[in-house]
Design a protein around this ligand. Structure first.
Ligand code: FES
Ligand code: FE
Length: 453
């Protein structure tokens, strides 16, 4: 029998990959100009930004691809080979310690036919081996083993070209891991700016740093991810009404919101990078778990963090680091709002604790977090219900064409000597306006990968 070798069908037809790493620029469905949908100066937002599928795709390519995104806590990885999996926007990623102990993050998609290389939530491994055909990558992301490799064209096949795609930048701050696909993104600390000062009030109370306990609680909510992110950045205003019954249960005096929470003293920080945090400065507005409250030496904390941070920013604050990382110091909750289409989000929530906390205090804080802001927590359910309700009715023609109001506190921002950056009153939409201003700027700016350089 004679075997005739057929000419290679792809000769002369190889597509051009300008970046040289076999990744073509992800050209967009022509970018939609969102200028008419977000009027940050006048505090108006069009509901289509929560419902429109084209805008959602553009958001993946321009907001999530371009920004620093929260991946997890550094304590989730103890030694080389430890890994966990998460998402950056809708892209699945592996976060792992390589052989040298460096934290790395890779797209969790096999370079062969695209299956997820790792399907476990977390674990420890010597290699990332895809369960579809068995391609295997080392901890540095290099493709090291290909079953039946001699079947690939001799002389043309360059295995080194087919390693896992690594994020462009990865950094940690206050025990938190962030990464971005954007090689041109300014350093993480620049993205945080003055926001880091406020984060320290929660994450730098202990010279030993923080740790996470109890795993990650994950649940799906109907509602666009921005509804949750903006609320955590800008909205103390809803607390008295939405959480009235929960506040009654937790009220230290038993008198509920009117006696304790209605006091509006406090500040709200916001910046042009879209970050925001608000906090009451009235001691009656504290709702921490009793064992945690008794554990802290407040005089020592005042010394460590300064007077301005020892109350609100450290305890009953709310905060969002743009775009989708949020936290609540009072119960040690950190969370990320993963987008799952325009109409749904997946909430991933951790309990963060000071590393020096004794076991019984850790346990008290973990349980308090679950009772208040776990998926069936007495506060969490109120918030989720509001977001799902808004989303459910926003597809109507009439609802979809009516703007939403973010006008509270317009023009009230100022520089206060006690607090870095720009702050407004506790009841304000200042951080919301800046969140959407930043979102619109990114949506209207072609990202690095669209330029095809
Ligand atoms: Fe991973 Fe084929 S898809 S080895
Ligand atoms: Fe709430």
């Amino acid at each position: 029998m004679t075997i005739t070798k057929l000419p290679s069908t792809h000769e002369g037809q190889r597509p051009e990959y300008p970046s040289g790493d076999l990744c073509r620029p992800a050209e967009l469905i022509p970018g939609v100009d969102v200028s008419g949908m977000v009027d940050a100066d006048n505090g108006l937002v069009d509901r289509a930004i929560f419902t429109d599928h084209r805008l959602y795709q553009q958001e993946q390519a321009r907001v999530f691809a371009a920004s620093w995104l929260f991946l997890g806590h550094a304590d989730q990885l103890a030694k080389p080979g430890d890994f966990f999996t998460t998402f950056m926007g809708e892209d699945p990623v592996i976060v792992a310690k390589d052989k040298s102990g460096r934290i790395r993050a890779y797209l969790n998609s096999c370079r062969h036919r695209g299956a997820r290389v790792l399907r476990a939530d977390y674990g420890a491994t010597r290699a990332f081996t895809c369960t579809y055909h068995g391609w295997s990558y080392d901890l540095e992301g290099t493709l090291t083993s290909v079953p039946n490799e001699d079947g690939y064209p001799q002389g043309e096949w360059d295995r080194a070209q087919w390693g896992l795609l690594e994020v462009a930048q990865l950094d940690t701050v206050l025990g938190l891991i962030f990464a971005t696909w954007n090689p041109e993104a300014p350093p993480l600390l620049d993205q945080l700016g003055d926001m880091k000062w406020y984060m320290e009030a929660f994450l730098d109370r202990d010279s030993e740093g923080t740790t996470v306990v109890g795993g990650i609680t994950k649940w799906v909510l109907k509602g666009n991810w921005k509804l949750a992110a903006e609320q955590f950045g800008t909205d103390w205003y809803h607390v008295n009404m939405s959480h009235a019954s929960a506040l009654m249960v937790l009220s230290p005096t038993g008198k509920g919101p009117k006696a304790e929470i209605a006091d509006t003293r406090g500040r709200q920080y916001s910046d042009e990078r879209g970050n925001g945090t608000g906090f009451p400065t009235h001691p009656k507005s504290r709702f921490d778990a009793q064992p945690v409250h008794e554990y802290y030496d407040y005089a020592a904390l005042r010394k460590r963090l300064g007077d301005a941070r020892a109350e609100g920013p450290m305890t009953t604050a709310h905060a969002t680091v743009f775009p989708n990382f949020s936290y609540l110091p009072v119960n040690g909750s950190i969370r990320v709002w993963h987008p799952k289409g325009p109409d749904a989000m997946e909430v991933w929530a951790w309990t963060v604790l000071d590393r020096s906390m004794p076991e019984e205090v850790r346990n008290a804080q973990r349980l308090y977090n679950l009772r208040t802001f776990g998926p069936s927590g007495i506060f969490e359910q109120d918030d989720g219900e509001n977001w799902s309700e808004i989303q459910a009715i926003s597809h109507g023609w009439r609802t979809n064409t009516l703007p939403l109001n973010y006008q509270m506190g317009i023009g009230s921002e100022r520089h206060d000597s006690d607090y870095p950056g720009s702050t407004s009153g506790l009841y304000s939409d200042s951080a919301g306006r800046r969140f959407y201003r930043r979102w619109a700027e990114l949506m209207n700016t072609p990202a690095w990968h669209e330029r095809g350089e």
